[in-house]
Design a protein around this ligand. Structure first.
Ligand code: ZN
Length: 276
């Protein structure tokens, strides 16, 4: 039997997937495992000299795929909306400093107002940070979140809504991140992926799985193959559009975080090669 050739060239791991590791541990262990795509969550940049982080990443030939995350624009409180703009401007600086070509936007929602109002505030927020993003050469990827998060994390819950928002801006700097966890259930997914790509708005592709049953709706994501999402099919829809970016493994899992992270990284590679 011919063994499957290990092609990890399009595999990216989010640092939060291996949450027990700091940035240096992520970089060294991913590189040792043959993984050179990394999406950096901002928690690992806290108290971190950004130039040194850049040096570390370059030293291990790591390709920074994205910075996670910006967004959280809506609030009934004007001061909080202003603070969110400041935070997003800082995220853009961080992204530029570590060589991230894009930022994932978890757009936000405030349960004290309507979803329409929150979406308006999301649009206003993007308007305010877009000049800085363009200046820094950092793209903004709107990530639609599963409707279960509509009350507090994102008023953008379908790929259709994310496409609508990106099309309002008609900018090469504003696009969309497609995450199978949030979108797998949507019967219009394939056509919305096609629409997204046709407008050059398909910036990122995130993979994991939906456990059945799910015990926690934040930190019980599965490894590809653990649950009910047909990840290879969705990946084929993404790639049939000509998308040639990374497959970003983004798994929040109390279960896997409690295990040996090096062994877990091997499981991630196997799940990527066999079930993605
Ligand atoms: Zn995601």
């Amino acid at each position: 039997m011919i063994s499957k050739i290990e092609d990890l060239s399009k595999l990216c791991v989010h640092t939060l997937t291996t949450r027990p590791w700091n940035l240096e541990e992520c970089v060294k262990n991913y590189a040792a495992a043959g993984i050179h795509g990394i999406t950096i969550w901002r928690n690992v940049l806290e108290n971190q000299n950004l130039q040194e982080a850049r040096k570390l990443l370059d030293g291990y030939q790591m390709q920074v795929v994205s910075l996670a995350r910006g967004g959280f624009f809506p609030s009934v409180d004007k001061r909080k909306r202003e603070a969110a703009i400041e935070d997003n401007l800082w995220a853009i600086e961080q992204a530029a400093a570590v060589g991230a070509p894009s930022i994932v936007l978890v757009c936000g929602a405030d349960g004290g107002q309507s979803l329409e109002k929150s979406r308006e505030q999301i649009a206003e927020g993007i308007v305010k940070i877009l000049p800085a993003a363009r200046e820094a050469g950092v793209k903004l990827s709107i990530e639609p979140l599963h409707p279960m998060y509509a009350g507090d994390r994102s008023a953008i819950n379908t790929l259709c809504q994310a496409n609508d928002m990106a099309e309002r801006f008609n900018s090469e700097w504003v696009g969309v991140a497609v995450d199978v966890y949030h979108l797998w259930w949507d019967p219009t997914l394939r056509t919305e992926i096609q629409r997204c790509a046709a407008n050059n708005h398909l910036f990122a592709f995130h993979v994991c799985d939906w456990n059945v049953p799910t015990t926690d709706f934040l930190n019980d994501r599965g490894l590809m193959g653990d649950g009910c999402i047909n990840v290879p099919e969705i990946r084929s829809w993404v790639e049939e559009t000509g998308f040639s970016g990374y497959n970003e493994v983004e798994i929040f899992s109390d279960k896997y975080w409690a295990t040996d992270q090096k062994m877990y990284l091997e499981k991630i590679k196997n799940a990527y090669l066999n079930n993605t």
